[in-house]
Design a protein around this ligand. Structure first.
Ligand code: GLV
Ligand code: MN
Ligand code: MN
Length: 413
């Protein structure tokens, strides 16, 4: 069976890579810290007896053969990159649980017909380039070459540049594409990042669908000027326009059922106590599990922000960073997960994921399923992110049981 101590020890060890002054973890894609985390994980994959390789965009794979070499692989995985000052469970738990599953299968001399591949996806979070799920897009054939130049980090370096600095050839990204005939199913264990499970005292969530994130960048251009010498009637204050826009975003999200809207980044130029802001940019993260409702909210926001800017004589331009459609998890995999929970004597609670995950990019490649474990106080993307060892191991056991059903019996399809 899966070993709780080994899983927990590895989780703690991984958390030291990229630990920052906040006590949390900052591990951006294609950084030294992310590379070090992947190398540590590659070592554990090898200890688990897996054959390892990195693909053309930096996804790390570890493969355990089945008895039928031609059978498509069951994929288990998650990511190792983090947001800025994030926690140590979002991503790493799913990766380490996947290794724990295959290592304990091997230790118990369990044979499966299907191979199992542990997958560490490159850049799920989108924290560096404002564009995420890069590795999962690539394996699904959804990473267009044009995206490599389009997305830039805070230093103005492109995604393609970062790949090259990491030792990869951006011209070769299509080598990462995998076909449906190679992948049987994808399962990911993840922390819930909300408080539904904890508030109801439930140990396991089975994800029915994943809300789709839309990321927009708004740039407001007004007129900078002297804070003391410019009367209120003559101002074109870009920050005042942005503030009004933020309130519009909040109000629309409150009005449209199931919508959430967040402004997480704001830059103000020139940025002086006694200078009227001339240029402001902000990001909007807008989500809904129902795409038409998200589109409706987006339209309302754009119309109202434009009106406010017109009234204020401020220019506004909007750039789409990423637009990801909500997805449903495969009913067949949800069935396998429920069955696995029953066999372990725990109840699996159906819930929608408000957070995005790599599985969203894989739905045309293979059936996708997700298992959630509780997050303490629903806290995530912060250093205080925490899931108890008991909950982590219970989720890993469910993953083990479900992976066994899939890889041995090929339940899906
Ligand atoms: C990733 O965690 C996201 O949902 O943005
Ligand atoms: Mn995650
Ligand atoms: Mn995350």
């Amino acid at each position: 069976m899966v070993q709780a101590d080994r899983l927990w020890k590895r989780l703690q060890e991984l958390g030291d890579i990229g630990r920052d002054a906040s006590g949390g973890v900052t591990r951006f894609s294609y950084s030294c810290d992310e590379w070090a985390a992947k190398e540590r994980v590659r070592y554990w994959m090898q200890q688990a007896g897996l054959d390892t390789w990195e693909d053309a965009v930096g996804n790390l794979f570890g493969r355990r053969e089945g008895t039928d070499a031609a059978a498509p692989a069951v994929w288990l995985g998650s990511h190792l990159d983090s947001v800025a000052h994030g926690g140590n469970f979002d991503g790493p738990l799913g990766v380490l649980a996947a290794i724990e599953v295959v290592q304990s299968m091997t230790e118990a001399s369990v044979q499966t017909r299907h191979p199992i591949e542990v997958v560490v996806f490159e850049d799920e979070e989108g924290a560096r380039f404002g564009f995420g799920m890069i590795g999962s897009r690539a394996v699904a054939g959804r990473l267009a070459p044009a995206e490599l130049d389009r997305h830039r980090d805070a230093q103005g370096r492109s995604l393609g540049w970062a790949m090259q600095a990491y030792g990869m050839d951006p011209a070769q990204i299509d080598r990462a594409v995998r076909s449906s005939s190679e992948v049987f199913a994808y399962l990911e264990l993840h922390i819930e990042q909300g408080r539904v499970l904890e508030s109801q005292g439930l140990p396991i969530g089975i994800v029915s669908g994943i809300a789709g994130p839309l990321w927009l960048n708004f740039t407001f251009k007004g007129m900078s000027g002297h804070a003391g010498a410019t009367p209120m009637t003559l101002r074109q204050d870009a920050l005042a326009a942005a503030a009004e826009a933020m309130l519009v975003m909040e109000q629309v999200a409150q009005d449209v059922p199931g919508c959430v809207a967040t402004v997480g980044k704001l830059t103000v130029q020139p940025g002086g106590v006694n200078i009227i802001p001339g240029v402001v940019s902000l990001t909007l993260d807008l989500r809904n599990a129902i795409e038409s409702l998200r589109n409706q909210a987006e339209q309302r926001i754009l119309e109202q922000v434009e009106k406010a800017c017109l009234r204020r004589n401020v220019d506004v331009t909007v750039q789409t960073l990423q637009r990801i459609a909500p997805v449903e998890c495969a009913p067949s995999l949800r069935g396998v997960l429920h069955q696995s929970c029953e066999e372990l004597g725990v109840s699996g609670f159906d819930l929608v994921s408000g957070a995005g995950h790599d599985g969203m990019q894989l739905v045309d490649l293979c059936p996708v399923g997700m298992v959630f474990v509780p997050s303490r106080e629903g806290i995530s993307h912060q250093p205080e992110e925490w899931t108890s060892p008991v909950d982590c191991i219970m989720g890993t056991q469910v993953l083990y049981q479900a992976a066994l059903h899939l890889a041995k019996e090929g339940i899906v399809q």
